[in-house]
Unconditional design. Structure first.
Length: 331
């Protein structure tokens, strides 16, 4: 069967194949920023337009439930139209994050997503391969790119919950078979990062453990420059945590992935770096600070504007100083 006209094309989205190929060639990372609300979407797109970085907007199943599929796709499409009207030519992809079923991936493809993740990592290798292959076969008919996951990340994020006991590193011995049999376009690996704000339990004299770099290097030897994805990669910036806690929040022992770890990963085969928690903490802290400092305010748009500005700053910093993607947005 030939490729069907991609529904996402009418919304000015692109799939991630070219985006990742350029990132691999020039050794920078593409930030995959989760969004749920129009404020988050505007913050991300505005920052990516300023830094001239590719924009990869990720929507989780809970974000789809919160908005409804049509509203989510249309508000993101409208925001893309706005930056186009302002002259930005950055490529923008709309990606399903942690889709657990074939049906959800299909629904997103039909609705206009340009990229989907099928997360069958809780299945055994055979089951993961079978479900991933099923999604890839349909997605390719629409020109949609597919991400899968091999190994299990610990932590909690939206509807994803994996205990430390259930988590497991990616087995390098499985990656070639998985990629060959599924035809997947990118692969999320588990090398010690974790979802959520409490990624690690600090040890005496050590704020965070080393990642399993030997696994990443082994995978690269087997797959070459095949695009790899790092989930659970938020930094959990101490300054953002301090603001959040100072204005009524309670994040104890919040420890993220150091920025130099991210830089090291993208010098290798990692091209996509998932970032959600950092935006949540910064946005929530700014919202709370505004309300505490303006206790008579009942116009929720004002603290949302403060939250939007804070999230925008996070994305600008990530693109410029961590992912080094600034200047790579125009194909």
């Amino acid at each position: 069967m030939g490729m069907i006209v991609a529904p996402y094309a009418r919304n000015a989205f692109v799939n991630t194949k070219g985006m990742f190929a350029r990132a691999n060639a020039h050794k920078y990372g593409v930030g995959a920023y989760n969004t749920t609300t129009p404020e988050q979407t505007r913050a991300i797109l505005s920052a990516c337009a300023e830094t001239n970085s590719p924009a990869l907007l990720a929507a989780s199943p809970s974000a789809i439930k919160h908005n409804g599929m049509r509203v989510l796709v249309e508000h993101i499409s409208a925001a893309v139209s706005d930056i186009r009207a302002e002259g930005s030519l950055i490529p923008v992809a709309l990606h399903l994050d942690h889709g657990a079923t074939f049906q959800l991936c299909l629904d997103c493809i039909v609705a206009g997503f340009s990229s989907v993740m099928i997360d069958a990592s809780k299945k055994d290798l055979e089951g993961n391969i079978a479900l991933t292959k099923q999604v890839v076969e349909v997605a390719e008919q629409y020109g949609v790119s597919v991400e899968a996951e091999l190994g299990k990340l610990a932590g909690v994020e939206d509807e994803v919950s994996v205990s430390a006991a259930e988590s497991s590193y990616t087995d390098p011995a499985e990656v070639e078979e998985f990629v060959d049999k599924t035809g997947v376009h990118s692969l999320a690996i588990a090398i010690g990062t974790s979802h959520g704000a409490q990624k690690f339990k600090p040890k005496d004299g050590e704020a965070f453990p080393e990642l399993a770099w030997h696994i990443l290097e082994n995978i690269q030897r087997r797959l070459g420059d095949f695009p790899l994805v790092l989930h659970g990669a938020s930094t959990v910036d101490p300054d953002s945590v301090a603001i959040f806690n100072a204005f009524g929040g309670k994040l104890e022992q919040a420890v993220g992935v150091p920025e130099d770890y991210i830089s090291r990963a993208i010098k290798g085969p990692v091209v996509k770096v998932n970032t959600d928690t950092d935006l949540r903490i910064a946005g929530s802290g700014a919202y709370m600070q505004f309300q505490v400092e303006n206790p008579k305010n009942i116009d929720w748009r004002k603290p949302l504007a403060a939250a939007t500005a804070a999230m925008r700053e996070v994305v600008v910093h990530k693109n410029n100083d961590v992912f080094l993607s600034a200047g790579h947005g125009v194909s």
